[in-house]
Design a protein around this ligand. Sequence first.
Ligand code: ZN
Length: 309
Amino acid sequence: MRYCFGVDVGGTTVKMGFFQEDGVLLDKWEIKTRVENEGAAVLPDIANSISEKLVEHQVTKEDVVGIGMGVPAPVTKEGVVKNTANLGWGYKEVKRELEELTGMNAYIGNDANVAALGEMWIGAGKGYKNLVMVTLGTGVGGGIIIEENVLVGTNGAGAEIGHINVNPNETENCGCGNKGCLEQYASATGIVRLAKRKLADTTEATVLNVETVTAKDVFDAVKENDKVALEIADEFGSYIGRGLSIVATMCDPEVFVIGGGVSKAGEILLDYIKEPFMKYAFFANEDVKFVLAQLGNDAGIYGAARLTL
Ligand code: ZN
């Protein structure tokens, strides 16, 4: 049996997994992401942690296929990151540095793309070759897989579906600097923004509180048939349904896998996405399935491990 490592680098923690090459997860742990000094310690910390695990599991480097790693930034095919929002890294040859530090092969990808690969390998996308993963978290991430290959693109920015413009009339800025991006309506923070706007100009009775409302509150209230919450969910759905209908025309997927914190709302979330999707979808895309992600926070380490195989 040979082995591989899957590493999911986040702004506060690095999640790590030690796998058999058939996908069996043998060990899972986390280390802190030390972002100070332009993130200089991040890769050495990862390399040290991996070499400790090799000793602990009595496995030699020769038995390791490689180290796969997802990072929260666009990553080129050569494993180069040009900038990061929350790791402190500027231009960094991540693949080369990690290989030098560990003496093992390293494979680097964008975290959302890597999560898509994880869901295809072991999770909700198992058995599919063409899938789109949509991560509804603090932002909206995307991963597009075509014939089992991740769409990376020229700058490593393929499948940045959170930044599809779905509202040319928006006046507030997205984190990317544009206005009207899907992320402004379909992320957890986007849903809160929609809710606050709605709550500020409605006189309807509602359980939602304009000061404290969260995305979870909105979908909990939807399940109680709260009229204002239903309207917020409809608005959320119209933006994401339309956005995904555009994505579908580009890559004609078999399935959309919906993950991230917002997806904890459950199956009801899919209904709110599917209905407007069908309204805008090109006829040939109408049979696409919508499923909830299954791997949760582990999608990143599974997908990263899959990169090595
Ligand atoms: Zn944007």
